[in-house]
Design a protein around this ligand. Sequence first.
Ligand code: FMN
Length: 222
Amino acid sequence: MDVIEAICSRQSIRGYKPTPVTKETLREILDIATRSPSGDNAQTWEITVVTGEVLDNIRWGNVERFTSGVTPNPDFALGRLEGVYRQRQVELGIQLFQLMGIAREDRDKRTQWRQRGYRFFDAPAAIILSADSSLSESRILLDAGLISQTICLAALNYGLGTCIGVQGITYPEVVREFTNIPTSRRIIVSIAIGYPDWDFPANKLESQREPVESITTWCGFE
Ligand SMILES: Cc1cc2nc3c(=O)[nH]c(=O)nc-3n(C[C@H](O)[C@H](O)[C@H](O)COP(=O)(O)O)c2cc1C
């Protein structure tokens, strides 16, 4: 697949077919994605791939905590958005709920939707990135961002869809219980991965972007 085509066709997939993704395929994707650049080539990322019973245990551990009202305590919090950033977040929510037929006042359906995030959108596999906590936060996050996008792009070549997400790792103690990620590593982000269910309404979302001119300052041009 052409690189421009991959960048332009990638989208977050929030509904998957149950078809498993083989270890070989995931291994190939990771072999490719670990070609991502990193500061000083330090390759700060550590990768944990989960599927089957392990992933199911994490899903249900998350949902159980969420429904019991346990306050999420992620190793990295994205933080609240305000102003134009909050507006974009709200627009995304409106688009998603419209597609999913979730009315604003329908608390049950909204809760069910949030649970879906905690279940890694029912994807057959998920990739969890972590990094040694002795490393600086900025280094960890920049490197993880680069490899995350590369994983998502490489996955397209295998007909796979992805969704980068923080909900699934918002209870890091659950992830640690069922994986070998020690507390000496900070859990950064997860990537749900699987074959897209194109009939799933949320997968029809075409997310918006600001025009380049409104976010770019050109310096030194004629
Ligand atoms: C750091 C990060 C965290 C994200 N967390 C979530 C999440 O918890 N739930 C979700 O549905 N999407 C999540 N997303 C996906 C974004 O909502 C999505 O990338 C954005 O709306 C743009 O849409 P697109 O990926 O389809 O282009 C996350 C993306 C990033 C980069």
